[in-house]
Design a protein around this ligand. Structure first.
Ligand code: CP3
Length: 359
């Protein structure tokens, strides 16, 4: 008999998993589990109060505070927590300086250049990022019943920040590396995969029960460039995590045209944005993956009945099939009313439960 694809593996004790983890393995659940990207952030008054006293990096580097922020969304009824950290933290471990400037977003200095790849230090993640693993341990102690998602950036998305020195619109420098310095690009991708593997494995050792790889900006790439310059490294990262036994979520945005290329990725779950109907996305990536998404974050700013209709539309696309994790297509916007977020959690649970009158 042919071996099933690795995305099809089941954990040994799948029978009593919490709904979020069961859905990652496409097991039936009593209701559709839900969590939100950026669920701990500026839309929450408790978070803003903490930010008045502490800088963003300060909040992330102090395990007591980072754990406190990670736990804030519990009051919304979410089915999973996501570690409070940032995809750019490992770049500091590679010797770059990271700042978050108000209104400008992240700034990385000095910008990475092709000639410097070989001189990047070999980091010990425990030394450089030990505070992250300590945060994981504290969250697990405080909320042992709620699955905790660890995360990291994917090599392309993280590299783009290091190479452009911050956020980018056209990725001119990043793509320039690929086209003009393919060997240095390959070396950089391999270095990032290695550090990211160490980083995620340490999060898992500390207690993270699933991991999400954020390839937020992969949608900037043509299918050909994605296949040639990026996908092999994403696959190496995912395969490197296989032995950990935790589900892997691969998330990107603007990638409707890349979804068929995700079919053979070794990820249990593929996260998609709202620019593609969830059902079509699931077909495109293959039903052997679970799917995560894909409400437009702006729908959370709409009147209740419009919001409810849009949630219904996402659930209808999933057709009640096992393996749907409800989420936004990208992060919660700072303008969002937390009551709207709590409403969506409750509404998704109710509408997806078999006891629901007409759901
Ligand atoms: O989702 C969560 O609640 C967990 C925490 C989390 C943060 N960043 C905290 C954060 C996660 C999962 C991330 C991932 C991240 N960081 C991504 C991938 C997800 C995505 O949005 O596409 C990216 C691209 C980054 C890089 C980053 N961090 C940018 C571009 C910015 C500035 C823009 C912005 O939204 O402010 C950040 C800052 C950041 N990271 C904030 C938070 C809560 C902003 C909060 C603040 O200023 O207090």
């Amino acid at each position: 008999m042919p071996k099933p694809p690795t995305a099809d593996r089941r954990p040994p004790s799948a029978d009593r998993l919490p709904p979020f983890l069961a859905a990652c393995y496409r097991q039936p659940t009593p209701y559709t589990p839900v969590w939100f990207m950026r669920q701990a952030g500026r839309y929450m008054p408790e978070y803003r109060a903490l930010r008045e006293r502490y800088g963003l990096l300060e909040l992330m580097r102090e395990p007591d505070l980072a754990a406190q922020v990670t736990l804030l969304p519990l009051r919304l009824g979410v089915d999973a927590l996501i570690l409070f950290a940032d995809i750019l933290l490992p770049l500091e471990a590679l010797g770059l300086t990271l700042h978050f400037l108000p209104g400008k977003g992240p700034v990385l200095e000095p910008r990475l250049t092709p000639d410097r790849v070989e001189t990047l230090p070999l980091v010990d993640v425990h030394e450089a990022l030990g505070f992250v693993f300590e945060t994981v341990r504290r969250v697990r102690l405080e909320a042992p019943q709620t699955p905790l998602i660890g995360f990291a950036g994917a090599p392309f998305t993280v590299a783009s920040y290091a190479i452009e020195g911050g956020s980018s619109r056209h990725y001119i420098e990043t793509k320039g590396w690929m086209y003009h310095h393919p060997q240095a690009w390959d070396a950089l991708m391999k270095r990032l995969v290695r550090v990211t593997l160490d980083y995620l494995k340490a999060q898992i050792d500390a207690g993270a029960q699933a991991v999400q790889i954020f390839d937020s900006w992969a949608g900037a790439l043509s299918p050909g460039d994605y296949a040639r310059y990026v996908k092999p490294h994403v696959q190496a990262l995912l395969r490197g995590l296989q032995a950990t036994g935790v589900p892997r979520i691969y998330f990107s945005t603007g990638t409707a045209g890349l979804l068929p290329l995700f079919q053979d990725l070794d990820a249990e779950v593929i996260g998609v944005d709202w620019r593609v109907p969830l059902g079509a996305a699931w077909e495109a990536v293959g039903r052997h993956h679970a799917i995560q998404g894909n409400l437009d974050p702006v729908a959370l700013l709409a009147p209740r009945e419009v919001l409810a209709r849009q949630v219904d539309a996402v659930l209808a696309e999933a057709r009640g099939q096992a393996g749907h994790i409800f989420n936004l297509g990208h992060g919660v916007l700072p303008e969002t009313d937390p009551d709207q977020v709590a409403f969506v959690v409750e509404y998704v649970h109710e509408r997806s439960s078999p006891l629901s009158a007409d759901g």
